[in-house]
Design a protein around this ligand. Structure first.
Ligand code: NAD
Ligand code: TYD
Length: 368
């Protein structure tokens, strides 16, 4: 990624930057790249929180502009592209939770497919008006879930055929195909990254790790789907962010890069580990041990058994390596949630309580 005028700042349009990975990406990128200016376009669904940037130091905050808006809004997109000379789009905005996609798939079609299409259209228009600068990038942040489910052996490579299982992964698969099609048909310099499950600060507590951390703290049941032996390949969010910067700066247009943490774990092992980590911090043992809260619940329909990423390509071509060890990063994540209980309270809106009640049948007390 280059800018046409090297005297100027490099201007990124980040979508969904008030969500989990987007927040980490923006905070990380602003501190690593002093010549980047980031416009952050986010609709602030239940998963987005613009207050995630309230504590940014002035030197970083002055290079971040938040815009409350929807990626499906074509005229807003045109306005943003005409007001700023955007060098790259980093597209995180999505509906991202598999369980929600099972109960309400339409929002996933709307944002993940239609929204990506509108963003591609606006990007293509602006790229053409500016004379098709070679350095422009459309970085589409996607998931390994597009590849479907693995048995006990094998890994997803960039050549693995798409076989999505859930409405979420089907909608992400469709959006990946659109990005590839805009490259092949119109030459728009798009790149797709497919990463494994992320964890770390600012993750909304509907996903496995933060949900379990908070339920342990509050001594609520720990709902484990099925036999708990489904495997995910865990990636610390800051390692994902460093990979995305590498891909933006050195990745080849039209390509896919798989990003994985090389840390395969069964869900039940993660839950046991979190119980141990929190028990030692909260002084619980014996009969009070949080292991007693583990509750096996009916399996998720279409539940993918195992995800595992072969990320040889990004390592070999771009020299990226994950820097964080899983156990240490999980401990740091636990510490972050314990230190940010106010953040947790602020994002647990009435909508969150309704979700927990609908999905798990657990009534959340008001003011909890
Ligand atoms: P998230 O749900 O935490 O955040 C999504 C953000 O997008 C929120 O801030 C939300 O307000 C915003 N958004 C939703 N609809 C929008 C719309 N129509 N217009 C503008 N903004 C909108 O998601 P996340 O976990 O940070 O994931 C970010 C991206 O990374 C997603 O595209 C997801 O598919 C992908 N991904 C996530 C993981 C993971 O483990 N979390 C792994 C691989 C890929
Ligand atoms: P999740 O964090 O929803 O990510 P994904 O489905 O995108 O991989 O779930 C991770 C794993 O944890 C998945 O196998 C489903 C399982 N899981 C539970 O067992 N209980 C839960 O309450 C949740 C949210 C997930």
């Amino acid at each position: 990624m280059t800018d046409d005028n090297t005297d100027e700042m490099i201007h990124l349009l980040v979508t969904g930057g008030a969500g989990f990975i987007g927040t980490n990406f923006i905070r990380h990128a602003l501190s690593l790249r002093p010549d980047w200016f980031i416009t952050n376009l986010d609709a602030l669904t239940y998963a987005g929180n613009s207050a995630n940037f309230n504590d940014l130091p002035q030197a970083l905050a002055s290079r971040h502009k938040f815009i409350h808006g929807d990626i499906r809004d074509a005229s807003l997109l045109d306005q943003l592209f005409s007001e700023h000379e955007i060098s790259a789009v980093v597209h995180f905005a999505a509906e991202s939770h598999v369980d929600r996609s099972i109960l309400g798939p339409e929002a996933f079609v709307e944002t993940n497919i239609t929204g990506t299409f509108r963003l591609l259209e606006a990007s293509l228009k602006a790229w053409r008006v500016r004379g098709k600068p070679e350095g422009f990038r459309f970085l589409h942040v996607s998931t390994d879930e597009v590849y479907g489910s693995l048995g006990p052996q094998g890994y997803f490579t960039e050549q693995t055929p798409y076989e999505p299982s859930s409405p979420y992964s089907a909608s992400k698969a469709a959006s990946d195909h659109f990005v590839k099609a805009y490259f092949r048909t119109y030459g728009l310099p798009g790149i797709v990254t497919n990463s494994s499950n992320n964890f770390g600060p600012y993750q909304f507590p509907e996903k496995l790790i933060p949900l379990m951390i908070l339920n342990i703290v509050e001594q609520k049941p720990l709902p484990v789907y099925g036999d708990g032996k489904n495997v995910r390949d865990w990636l610390y969010v800051l390692d994902h962010c460093s990979a995305l910067i590498k891909v933006l700066e050195e990745g080849r247009p039209g390509e896919t890069y798989n990003i994985g943490g090389g840390a395969e774990r069964q869900n039940i092992d993660i839950v046991h580990l979190l119980c141990d980590l929190l028990d030692s911090r909260l002084g619980r043992s014996g009969e009070q041990s949080s292991q007693r809260l583990v509750t096996f619940v009916p399996d998720r329909p279409g539940h993918d058994r195992r995800y595992a990423i072969d990320c040889t390509k990004i390592k070999r071509e771009l020299g990226w390596e994950p820097e964080h060890r899983f156990d240490q990063a999980l401990e740091a994540t636990v510490e972050w949630y314990l230190d940010h209980m106010q953040w947790v309270e602020s994002i647990r809106s009435g909508e969150y309580r309704k979700w927990i009640e609908r999905q798990y049948g657990i009534k959340e007390e008001v003011g909890n």
